[in-house]
Design a protein around this ligand. Structure first.
Ligand SMILES: Cc1cc2nc3c(=O)[nH]c(=O)nc-3n(C[C@H](O)[C@H](O)[C@H](O)COP(=O)(O)OP(=O)(O)OC[C@H]3O[C@@H](n4cnc5c(N)ncnc54)[C@H](O)[C@@H]3O)c2cc1C
Length: 311
């Protein structure tokens, strides 16, 4: 089921027909289904959601959704959007923390373009005291993402961090390397369908690796982010008795809001990943793949919306 669901939603994420359909209905109204997981299509909507989370004691990271761009123009446009987002966030008083993906910034075009674009974002980000997290994408991008990260690190950018996935066999070494550098790691299980040659096919092994890496990061890492909704992993993190200011928990917007709130109440740092923008379809498909029960949630919503329209 684990990899079956991932394969199915991977295929669906490539369906242009479903994409058009979902894009038409998913965000149309306040109650439309995609809004459960995506803060909105505009920066203003994202800021509104961010303000409300901030008021309830959450930390934030904003992700302007987009990935897999194929042309220089698209990569440029995404870079400009991030630069603009930095200005808007500074003016709005929202926490200065953003997440981004390298395939959004032209890594498929070439590495130099991507590094250039990253620098165009990091210059104003650094000036304004932002933290910029590079999300980790599927395994064809692992090595290049880490190379770009290390190049930027060598160029003395320090307000940056990376995400690493426990699903990948190589991650143990990558965690070690990041710890040696003194870089901040966000530990995730991994949202992509991966071949057996590079990733653990069984969920139990992905979980066991997460538990191992979590211990290493909490003992030897530099302000690690434990990014999971899994209560077992959260309990394990707590059991390490690390001071709450030396690490943070992270969860996705709209997922396990109960658990998010209770961790804040207990005095832990809890960062919510707030995605927004018009390119939300692949992100939504990954959320469905992680938990097929979400399909029922969305189907229910779509049906209700359809009935509502008929009335
Ligand atoms: C802040 C943050 C940033 C992330 N960044 C990346 C990244 O850069 N690269 C990457 O590959 N992945 C990223 N992910 C996704 C991650 O890899 C997992 O796919 C995702 O978090 C689900 O795994 P889990 O750790 O929550 O554990 P699971 O074992 O999958 O889930 C544990 C429990 O969490 C709840 N849950 C999990 N997912 C959902 C969902 N979609 N809807 C509803 N409930 C759910 C369920 O109650 C489930 O039983 C990120 C996740 C977070 C929280």
């Amino acid at each position: 089921m684990y990899s079956g669901a991932k394969s199915l939603f991977y295929a669906l994420s490539r369906s242009q027909f479903l994409k058009r359909l979902a894009s038409k209905y998913g965000m149309a109204h306040e109650e439309s289904f995609a809004r459960r997981f995506i803060a909105g299509e505009t920066v203003d909507e994202a800021i509104r959601a961010a303000r409300s989370l901030q008021a309830r004691g959450f930390l934030l990271t904003l992700d302007y959704l987009g990935e897999s761009v194929a042309t220089m123009d698209e990569a440029n446009a995404a870079t400009q959007e991030y630069v603009r987002l930095i200005d808007v966030l500074v003016a709005s008083g929202i926490e200065r923390n953003i997440s981004l993906k390298l395939t959004q910034l032209g890594v498929d075009i070439d590495r130099a373009t991507c590094i250039d674009n990253m620098r165009r974002i990091l210059e104003p980000a650094q000036r304004h005291g932002f933290f910029v997290r590079i999300d980790m994408e599927n395994s064809p991008y692992t090595a290049i993402t880490l190379e770009v990260f290390e190049t930027l690190w060598e160029q003395q950018y320090r307000g940056i961090g990376i995400a690493l996935q426990s699903s990948l066999r190589r991650t143990e070494q990558d965690v070690q390397r990041m710890n040696e550098l003194g870089a901040r790691v966000r530990l995730v299980k991994g949202a992509y369908k991966e071949p057996k040659s590079v990733a653990y096919p069984k969920k139990a092994d992905v979980d066991a690796a997460y538990a191992r890496l979590l211990r290493v990061l909490l003992a030897e890492g530099h302000y690690p982010a434990i990014a999971t909704h899994d209560p077992v992993m959260i309990e394990l993190a707590r059991a390490q008795n690390v001071a709450p200011e030396r690490f943070e928990f992270q969860m996705l917007y709209g997922i396990r809001r109960d658990l998010q709130q209770s961790l804040v109440k207990e005095g832990y740092r809890m960062r919510v990943y707030v995605p927004f923008g018009t390119q939300w379809y692949p992100y939504l498909m990954r959320r469905l793949a992680e938990r097929p029960a979400n399909v029922a949630f969305i189907t229910g919503n779509v049906l209700r919306e359809a009935m509502h329209r008929k009335r």
